[in-house]
Design a protein around this ligand. Structure first.
Ligand SMILES: [Zn+2]
Length: 499
């Protein structure tokens, strides 16, 4: 222990310090509980009931599944902008809540039909169990024999051609999504251009195919409308039937796909499929992001921004509405819940908070791509972006990239630890060499610290891009907690002067 004697001046100094500390204690004793109370008032204003109501609205029939570019999508966007306005969230794009961009789309009028004939047997397939019509299919009817073309890729520079030993002229091709190379490394970059569905459709048409069946039943507007080119998506059991009538085993064939050797063949002569579709293409359509901002309260820090984003669009209507409740009515509803609480809270964020509800995600990440090339805040003033996609079915949270940005993530972790007590896992950022698959990856590639939030430990089945993605497969409690996590986490980051 270090002993010393105090002189008078030192004593006086110490007394002053003591008095000052006492004053500060008094101040924090009165200010801190007030601040905490205001924070928690906002926190408790967030209700699962209200958030579920937002998803019910967005996934209702009147918006027909929110296909980006469609009039119904624009109506849904307007509904969200009206909510921002009602809560005092300001328009973020020069007085407008909208950022518009070109977004061609195809309206699908009915489920169309799919039938198969072989050996004097006629099979009428049914929607949605056996097939979905193609989201960008041409209108009309096509009949043809079948050729399986694996991944449907012609990459001569990579020594790979799915069409090398088959003649598909006038035939209907069956193909798979993906590429044969599956490692996430620099080699993958060479395969990425061939990973796009639109490439595969164009390549099939270029080889003279009359129509196309995608193996795997997932509604997907991220394709291309090609004149007179009719296509549909088929369930695995349909592929299995078509193959077994040709003496092939689909599971065996799929195993060969991973070998880097193209594996294509014609099915038996006489195996004939007919695809019908009723559609209309709108090449000049426009869509939009919805952008709202809460301006920061600090004169300097308000130039910096935290972005909270999620896609508003869905897969639309394919003769039946794909409600897109989990994907991504849930993410949007969580954002709306947090936005309302933030806008109405007595605790003001020092930095600005920008909300972006993206359009065109399902069509190919159009809205996020448009935003990063038409920024509302510069990249070096964008502290972070958090993207919410499918945040509404489960009991826990997962935050990708959380471990890469601990200074930012700490705020969300603390909220969870102190108030929510959910399982919360995080990952390290990992470069993706393949095709970007989410709005978050577009922000990440633009050099912005980006988190993706989703729910883990699903409670209900996940009906991904399926007409059963309805509100009854949501867990409203986790949506309330997601909104609370965003509300307090964003305030934590916005007011952290050490960042
Ligand atoms: Zn989504």
């Amino acid at each position: 222990m270090h002993l010393k004697t105090y002189n008078f001046n030192e004593m006086k100094y110490k007394t002053e310090i003591l008095f000052l500390s006492f004053l500060m204690l008094l101040y924090t004793a009165s200010a801190q509980p007030e601040q905490d109370k205001a924070l928690l008032n906002g926190f408790h204003s967030i209700s699962s009931h209200e958030i579920l109501g937002f998803v019910e609205e967005l996934s209702s029939e009147k918006y027909k599944g929110r296909l980006s570019g469609s009039p119904e999508y624009l109506e849904a966007a307007k509904w969200c902008a009206d909510k921002f306005s009602e809560w005092g969230i300001l328009p973020a794009n020069k007085g407008s809540y909208f950022q518009r961009f070109p977004n061609a789309f195809t309206e699908v009028y009915s489920t169309g039909s799919l039938s198969y004939s072989f050996d004097s047997k006629e099979t009428q397939y049914s929607f949605p169990d056996d097939y979905f019509p193609g989201s960008n299919s041409a209108s009309g009817t096509v009949t043809g024999e079948l050729v399986y073309v694996g991944f449907g890729i012609t990459a001569l520079e990579l020594g790979y051609d799915s069409y090398e030993n088959v003649d598909v002229k006038g035939k209907i091709v069956i193909l798979e999504s993906g590429v044969p190379y599956t490692k996430n490394d620099t080699v993958q970059v060479k395969w990425t251009p061939y990973a796009y569905h639109r490439y595969k459709l164009e390549n099939a048409l270029a080889h003279g195919a009359a129509g196309l069946l995608y193996a795997g039943k997932t509604a997907n507007p991220n394709t291309i409308h090609l004149e007179n080119f009719i296509y549909a998506h088929i369930d695995k059991k349909v592929v299995q039937q078509l193959f077994s009538d040709s003496g092939k085993n689909y599971d065996e064939v799929k195993k060969k796909l991973g070998t880097m050797e193209p594996f294509s063949f014609a099915l038996n002569t006489g195996q004939q499929v007919t695809i019908s579709a009723e559609t209309k293409h709108f090449p000049m359509a426009e869509s939009c992001n919805v952008v709202g901002v809460i301006e920061g309260s600090d004169p300097v820090l308000k130039d910096e921004v935290i972005i909270v984003g999620g896609h508003l669009d869905g897969q639309g209507y394919l003769g039946e509405t794909f409600p897109g409740a989990l994907d991504n009515g849930s993410g949007v509803a969580d954002i709306l819940g947090a936005a309302k609480a933030l806008a109405q809270s007595d605790v003001k964020p020092k930095r600005s908070v920008l909300f972006i509800l993206f359009g065109g995600e399902e069509c190919g990440l159009y809205g996020s791509k448009y935003y990063v090339s038409n920024l509302l805040f510069p990249v070096d003033k964008t502290l972070m972006m958090i993207n919410l996609d499918m945040v509404g079915n489960g009991t826990g949270f997962f935050v990708s990239n959380g471990k890469t940005f601990p200074g930012l993530f700490r705020h969300f972790e603390q909220v969870n630890k102190n108030y929510l007590h959910r399982e919360m896992k995080a990952s390290e950022q990992r470069k993706n060499y393949g095709r970007p698959r989410s709005d978050a990856s577009i922000f990440e590639n633009a050099g912005i610290a980006t988190f993706s939030l989703w729910t883990s430990n699903s409670v209900h089945p996940v009906y991904y891009h399926h007409p059963l993605d309805k509100t009854d497969v949501l867990t409203p409690e986790i949506m309330e907690d997601a909104a609370k996590l965003i509300y307090l986490g964003v305030l934590g980051v916005a007011n952290d002067e050490n960042l």
